[in-house]
Design a protein around this ligand. Structure first.
Ligand SMILES: [Zn+2]
Length: 412
């Protein structure tokens, strides 16, 4: 298998003809969701649109002006998925989404270079790699990298880029003795035809089907972002290459600028400033809770001190939690009083507590919960839960008030 994109990775436009066009349905990812899309699988005489392989994602572009949504590998052939039909034998012009492809080339050749130097410098073999949308990762066969190794690796990799080392593609027949000498990662199982070797002159020779830059200088720069623990005895190395480094710097700078505005300190003090803020918020939350607890006791005492307090107490407070409500209920005592408490946004979600004589609470707990679009549970004269909407709170209150009146009559 050799497509035009493999013979010349830099070709952005190409004329060819349609070999076949079959109607199909394909599952495509759209905004994180997989959706079935009706369309056509198109095979071309040759293509500059790379089908996924060797860890490299597929290309995008257009065929005769029609957007290509996926390019898949079928044995030695590339299948292009588009949503409107083309005629067999039709001459077509292909345009490649060059920005996407060149980015893939930079990350892929970057991976070959890092992989080669991680091996020669530290003996860390690469076991797999992934070209991610934001950053790429290389799985190294070591439990951990030693301090300073990644810095040395990054320096060495960038030195090779500065030395503008040529990258040459060699095609070897399967019985060529040199094939034995090159490593064999990223070669699909259904591989056919000559073996393709990517030769980074004097640095690395590796079997690969991907599209690569023709000279290491085209990588511009590689940033090793760091390592993290991988599967079992592996370490994942994260990196970005080429334009991604520029984009990363641009994004980092814009975040830094926003933080400087928000925190009113320079970048060097951002971490300290956030740390201070977090500590202050924690302290305030703690004292806020203390105040709420004290307020709960005062609310209860205030009610108990009223000479004509009756048998019903209802309160809504924006702030508060289950403990706040339970303190009020316990302080008032609910053997002969129906207590209805809610906290949260007046017309939004919140928490509720119903307390009172067990028979009333058992009878009305679920009804109140329904009115508040909530979910609750209760025992021993308490029924509490979460409310999805406190909009009908007044109705629940009226219902409870009515029943508490009966309580008063029974008593008298
Ligand atoms: Zn490769």
């Amino acid at each position: 298998m050799a497509f035009q994109c493999q013979r010349d990775s830099y070709m952005q436009e190409f004329d060819t003809s349609v070999v076949s066009c079959e109607p199909v349905e394909l599952k495509l990812e759209n905004n994180g969701k997989k959706e079935k899309v009706k369309g056509f699988n198109v095979k071309l005489k040759d293509t500059i649109l790379f089908p996924e392989g060797g860890g490299q994602p597929d290309d995008l572009g257009t065929i005769a002006g029609v957007p290509v949504l996926r390019v898949m590998r079928q044995g030695p052939e590339a299948v292009h998925f588009i949503t409107s039909a083309l005629e067999e034998g039709q001459e077509v012009h292909i345009e490649l989404d060059w920005e996407r492809r060149f980015d893939h080339m930079q990350q892929h050749t970057g991976q070959h270079l890092i992989t080669a130097l991680a091996d020669t410098m530290f003996g860390y073999k690469t076991t797999s790699w992934e070209l991610g949308r934001q950053r790429s990762s290389i799985e190294l066969d070591t439990a951990a990298a030693k301090p300073g190794e990644m810095e040395a690796l990054e320096a060495a990799v960038n030195e090779k880029i500065r030395a503008h080392v040529p990258v040459v593609v060699q095609l070897l027949s399967t019985d060529d003795p040199t094939v034995e000498k090159v490593r064999s990662r990223g070669l699909p199982e259904d591989h056919a035809g000559p073996i393709r070797v990517i030769d980074v002159e004097g640095v690395d020779a590796n079997m690969c089907c991907g599209t690569h830059v023709s000279n290491l200088s085209h990588l511009q720069v590689i940033k090793i972002l760091g390592t993290e623990k991988g599967k079992k005895t592996k370490t994942n190395l994260m990196f970005i290459a080429g334009n991604r480094v520029l984009k990363y710097a641009e994004r980092s700078y814009s975040i830094e600028k926003s933080l400087t505005g928000l925190l009113k300190t320079g970048a060097d003090d951002h971490v300290d400033a956030v740390d201070k803020l977090q500590k202050t918020v924690k302290r305030l939350q703690k004292s806020h809770l203390t105040v709420l607890r004290e307020m709960a006791v005062l609310i209860a005492q205030n009610f108990k001190n009223k000479p004509d307090r009756g048998h019903f107490f209802s309160l809504h407070n924006k702030d508060g939690d289950n403990e706040f409500m339970n303190i009020i209920a316990s302080e008032i005592g609910f053997q002969d009083t129906v207590i209805f408490l809610t906290v949260g946004e007046e017309k939004g979600a919140g928490l509720f507590l119903l307390a009172g004589p067990e028979n009333i609470v058992t009878e009305l707990g679920r009804r109140v919960s329904e009115l508040l679009q909530g979910k609750g549970a209760g025992k021993a004269g308490r029924y509490q839960g979460k409310s999805n909407s406190l909009v009908r709170r007044a109705e629940a209150e009226a219902l409870l008030k009515e029943h508490s009146c009966k309580l008063a009559t029974v008593e008298e």
